[in-house]
Design a protein around this ligand. Structure first.
Ligand code: AQP
Length: 327
């Protein structure tokens, strides 16, 4: 069975962008692939986190993984910091990657601007920890949103570089894009991606948002000039809203456009809010139940880490031996 691997940072509340761009695919792919999904908490600390909140966000994230439909009997769910091979391999990659390669990363450029007072070295070397997260497990595919594509390309480059020097060491992983919604944009600014750490809460819909909050956020969402509910190059805000509607309702964008023909933005937004609320209802019920049993979440993470460690340590030991660092 071919393997897939992906992860999300416990850096805040999961939003529709994370769900449509990543999580939703994971649920569909778990049937066909040997699936490894991690909570990348060492990535989250590249931005200053409140310690108690980080612990809470970690449980919240694993509960959300399960609430959307990941089956812990089938997939391996684990926390990055429980498997020390990630940081060890990341250090080795620090000695193989070039400054220029990391300087080109658009996420680093964005985050450095966003966090001027804490532009730490971890923000810069983040893609190398991500490369280690991936390559340790030798996956064929990495299902992530489009914003992570550049990091996957760097991961491939590093894997090829090491394979060329030391012989076959890593599987070269491929980016696996969501068929629709690989980049969901912010509701209050369709030129920016929907993000957990956005300064305004009006930009994202959290999977835990109440129906009232969802209705308010959708009502306030930016639209384009005009009145017709149509997708296209000149209507980026509507295209984004139509994409969300289409994915969550299992209708094509053309079907949604036809549904709201001649009805204006008000009716469309009302319909969109209803679609989101209905879609999230069962997820929110599952999530509340799962969050009431933290020891069970801890057990799932422990079991996952034990399975992940077996594979990760094997890859790390192979790399260490090849570079001359024997146990
Ligand atoms: N707007 C988005 N559209 C589609 N996919 C998205 N992803 C993130 N935003 C969108 C995908 O979600 C997964 C998890 O992301 P992450 O937590 O590792 O970090 P991120 O990409 O930096 O996401 P955020 O929400 O913007 O987090 P912050 O604000 O903390 O940096 C990834 O697969 C990502 O592609």
């Amino acid at each position: 069975m071919e393997r897939i691997l992906s992860g999300i940072q416990p850096s805040g509340t999961i939003h529709l962008g994370n769900y449509i761009g990543a999580l939703r695919q994971w649920v569909a792919l778990q049937e066909q692939y040997d699936s490894f999904f991690c909570l990348v908490d060492y990535h989250a600390i590249t931005v200053r986190q409140d310690p108690e909140q980080l612990t809470y966000n970690t449980y919240s994230l694993v509960a959300m993984y399960l609430a959307v439909g990941l089956d812990p009997e089938r997939v391996t769910l684990f926390r990055q910091s429980d498997v020390s091979a990630h940081t060890e391999l990341a250090w080795i990659f620090n000695t193989f990657a070039y400054m220029g390669e990391l300087e080109r990363m658009t996420q680093y450029k964005d985050k450095a601007k966003q966090h001027k007072k804490n532009n730490n070295v971890g923000l810069f070397t983040y893609p190398l920890l991500m490369a280690a997260d991936i390559l340790l497990y030798q996956p064929k595919y990495v299902p992530v949103g489009e914003d992570q594509k550049q990091h996957i390309e760097l991961t491939r480059e590093l894997a090829e570089r090491m394979n060329n020097v030391y012989g076959e060491t890593f599987t070269i992983p491929e980016y696996f894009a969501a068929p629709q919604g690989a980049r969901i944009m912010s509701l209050d600014d369709p030129t920016k991606k929907m993000s957990k750490s956005a300064t305004s809460e009006w930009g994202y819909i959290a999977l835990t948002d109440t129906p009232e909050v969802i209705t308010k956020k959708v009502k306030k969402a930016m639209t384009d000039s005009g009145t017709a509910v149509v997708a296209g190059k000149t209507t980026p805000a509507l295209t984004n809203l139509l994409t969300i509607y289409s994915v969550l309702s299992d209708k094509t964008i053309q079907e949604v456009e036809a549904l709201y023909q001649g009805q204006g933005y008000g009716k469309f937004k009302q319909g969109l809010a209803e679609v989101i609320i209905e879609y999230l209802k069962p997820i929110q019920v599952n999530y509340a139940t799962l969050m009431s049993d933290i020891p069970m979440l801890q057990r799932i993470l422990q079991q996952g880490a034990a399975k992940a460690k077996l594979i990760a340590d094997k890859t790390l030991n192979d790399v260490k031996a090849k570079i001359g660092i024997h146990p």
